[in-house]
Design a protein around this ligand. Structure first.
Ligand code: PBG
Length: 336
């Protein structure tokens, strides 16, 4: 003992609970597991194999065959769900995006193949027109405006097409008003009571979607400004309003997107509604982490696992991340 007076010793020492891996494990509040992850995957309809995506190193546009292999790997690592994003050739794009509800299109074809090969893996499909729109817009455009009701009429067809193919959940990412209720009613009317809806409820007009639009070749080419439907990054009360509407209209899960720049929104959504809440670590977030890792500026494994754990801490139940496969492997090796 030194000659320090007793009063100089803190009675409460938070560091005692950090002394060893064992005690740290006991007091750990949040844990990441492969079961929290949703793997987003791109698939193209061209000939040939997987195509690299330059702004998302390590990620590819899959061929039909390589998508099935990738899905099998995800399933074997304990990842419960896959979200498919199609890149279709230009001759399948139009102003009204009608390829979106073609039963012989790429997405329904892949949904059927995935459900046949891997029936336990959940398949989530994106409901929005941008991959099929010659203008790269999520909806139907007329005179520089995205038409809300005409777009919903199209999305309802698209959602039903995905449900017929066997999708477990449809995920409207378009941000039209009232689409969740209309899609729910239509699916129910057609007998698809068990097809779930994962609503992109608080989707912000973000620059962090840039690499995704490269991946799908879906960058807006005029028509209208995405800010007229996606949310203003300055707003979070409005995010709660959007989430409330989607829950009232029958969404089974809601989503906040992007992820890390919007952790505050994620936290408010979960704290306010206590409903299943997903978050999307989007393409630009992936690109930032990858770029730093490739330069040797960040330890990729540690940085990725820390970012995913941050989502859990903020309240996410499910995390869409392009790192899902790597993260599941790292967790198996004993990570986070
Ligand atoms: C469009 C859609 C986008 C993303 C998912 N669905 C892009 C957009 O709204 O322009 C972005 C995902 C990502 O950046 O990883 N329906």
């Amino acid at each position: 003992m030194s000659d320090r007076p007793l009063s100089a010793y803190p009675r409460v020492r938070p560091r005692r609970n950090r002394r060893s891996p064992a005690v740290r494990a006991l007091v750990q509040e949040h844990r990441l597991s492969a079961a929290d992850l949703i793997l987003p995957a791109f698939v193209h309809d061209g000939p040939g194999g997987p195509e690299p995506i330059s702004s998302m190193p390590g990620t590819v546009r899959h061929s039909r065959a390589s998508l099935l292999e990738h899905a099998a790997l995800a399933h074997s690592l304990g990842i419960p769900a896959l979200a498919i994003f199609p890149k279709v050739s230009d001759d399948r794009k139009s102003v009204d995006g009608r390829e979106a509800w073609n039963d012989d299109g790429l997405v329904p074809e892949m949904v059927r193949a995935l459900k046949r090969e891997l029936p336990e893996l959940l398949v989530i499909t994106d409901v929005a027109l941008d991959p099929y729109s010659s203008l790269g817009q999520d909806g139907v455009v007329a005179d520089g405006v995205i038409l809300n009701e005409a777009t919903i009429d199209a999305l309802v067809q698209q959602a039903a097409c995905h449900a017929r193919a066997g999708a477990d959940m449809v995920a409207p990412s378009d941000m039209m008003d009232g689409r969740i209720g209309r899609i729910r009613d239509h699916l129910d009317a057609k007998g698809y009571h068990q097809t779930g809806i994962l609503a992109y409820s608080a989707k912000f007009a973000s620059v962090f979607y840039g690499p995704f639009r490269d991946a799908l070749d879906s960058a807006p080419r005029g028509g209208a400004d995405k800010k007229t439907y996606q949310m203003d990054p300055a707003n979070s009360d409005e995010a709660l309003h959007e989430v409330r509407l989607d829950l009232d209209e029958g969404a089974d899960m809601v989503m906040v997107k992007p992820g890390l720049p919007y952790l505050d929104v994620l936290h408010r959504v979960k704290a306010t509604f206590q409903r299943p809440t997903a978050v999307y670590q989007v393409s630009g977030e992936y690109a930032m982490l990858k770029a730093a890792a490739q330069h040797g500026w960040l330890d990729e494994r540690a940085a990725v696992l820390e970012s995913l754990l941050a989502f859990k801490r903020a309240g996410a139940d499910a995390i869409l991340t392009y790192f899902a496969i790597e993260a599941a492997r790292w967790l198996q090796e004993g990570g986070a």
